[in-house]
Design a protein around this ligand. Structure first.
Ligand code: LLP
Length: 384
């Protein structure tokens, strides 16, 4: 946790809970770490991790591009002033609208299957996504480079798809690989980049190798960068990367208040956030660091449970902490990526407010609200 506890308490009082908070210093530090490891590689932020416009504006101002996978994400990229070479259009099932918007913005397309070539707007710039067919050390839902996943073309197909692009009058920039997200073992990257390099004979030199994202938060970025650079140089290519989680996860914390406790065989600490605010524990068995913002009392083992009427609605299990008291705050860490982004309105719950912590900002307050808490009326606004 990077934000002082007193500041967290202030934010919870002022903006209510559940609340997502982000530390601007850690956002900047994460980008600096990426740039220090990857040097001159072009960075495209996978905005699916956290598409908040304030965060996008900061990254845009820092010269970062965006990887977009929907019309909505393209609209966000455009809204913050990105265009042309700063935008990638990706996804396994792009819509007509996404091709058209991508073309209007001058974006680069990531081609996911041979059948997509005739669908591209005329004279597109394109990369071909390759699936290296590897066992990947992450949750099955997140292993995009596994043989059975729906992503990319096979190693055998890739040279043909590059040719098909050229024959159709497009600019075939090169290859793209993204083997998955929250990857635990960095050797997976080595293996994937290695498989791509072996294709050099069939593809000839290429302008770009896009090595995707997927880096775990404790990943050795310098090691991954070294391998990615080696693969790019095998093709004589420029290196591009697409980090999502790494750029925003550690900056974000979900603040939630204790509603009460119950002891029914297990000890439950009931809080005002749950699967609707942070789905990752339920969906992927993800473990987020939990920090109780109170002291004292006997330490016992607690499950942190949310308000939804489903027994899977747990934020964490087996957390050692002192006796919770109603109204006390719990901070759930590493929540800046795929936290707010995946929050939902199931049970007509309003998505939480989000606030940015930036102390010492010239003439400004320490906290800025960067997303208002929804009202029930916001939630049902599109209904007739
Ligand atoms: N590039 C491509 C083509 C991707 O599909 C993704 C993520 C990224 C880059 C960024 O990956 P990252 O660096 O964030 O690992 N909802 C899941 C994560 C899904 C990631 C999907 N693709 C979660 O909560 O863990």
């Amino acid at each position: 946790m990077t934000i002082p506890t007193t500041a967290l308490q202030t934010a919870a009082e002022r903006f209510g809970t559940p609340l997502y908070v982000y530390d601007a210093a850690e956002l900047d530090a994460a980008l600096a770490r990426v740039r220090s490891a990857f040097g001159t590689a072009r960075v495209y932020y996978a905005m699916k991790a956290n598409p908040n416009l304030t965060l996008l504006r900061r990254l845009n101002a820092a010269g970062v591009g965006f990887e977009c996978v929907s019309s909505g994400e393209l609209a966000r990229a455009e809204a913050v002033g990105a265009s042309g070479e700063r935008i990638l259009v990706n996804g396994p099932a792009k819509s007509e609208a996404e091709y058209l918007t991508g073309a209007r913005l001058g974006a680069t397309f990531i081609v996911d299957r041979e059948e997509e070539v005739p669908l591209l707007p005329p004279h597109s710039r394109a990369l071909v996504r390759v699936n290296p067919a590897l066992a990947v050390s992450t949750h099955d839902h997140l292993a995009t480079g596994a043989a059975g996943s729906k992503f990319g073309v096979t190693l055998a197909q890739a040279p043909r798809v590059l040719d098909a692009l050229r024959d159709a009058g497009h600019t075939a920039l090169g290859l793209h690989v993204h083997i998955g997200s929250a990857i635990r073992d960095a050797h997976d990257f080595t293996a994937a980049f290695g498989r791509l390099s072996e294709m050099r004979e069939q593809t000839g030199p290429l302008a770009v190798l896009d090595a995707g994202g997927g880096w775990g938060l404790d990943a050795d970025l310098h090691g991954i960068a070294r391998e990615a650079r080696a693969a790019a140089s095998a093709f004589g290519a420029e290196l591009w990367v697409e980090p999502g989680r790494y750029l925003v996860a550690r900056a974000g914390t979900l603040l939630t208040r204790v509603v009460g406790t119950k002891r029914t065989g297990r000890n439950f600490c009931l809080v005002d956030a749950g699967m609707t605010e942070l789905l990752r524990p339920m969906l992927y068995g993800a473990e987020h660091p939990v920090t109780p913002l109170w002291d004292g009392g006997e330490v016992e083992t607690w499950d942190i449970a949310g308000p939804a009427c489903e027994s899977g609605d747990l934020l964490a299990r087996d957390i050692s902490m002192p006796q919770p008291t109603r109204g006390a705050l719990v901070a759930i860490g590493e929540a800046g990526a795929y936290g707010a982004a995946m929050s939902g309105t199931y049970l007509t719950r309003s998505r939480p407010a989000e606030a940015l912590y930036e102390p010492g900002r010239e003439g400004g307050a320490d906290w800025t609200v960067i997303r208002h808490r929804e009202t029930p009326q916001d939630v049902w606004a599109a209904e007739i």
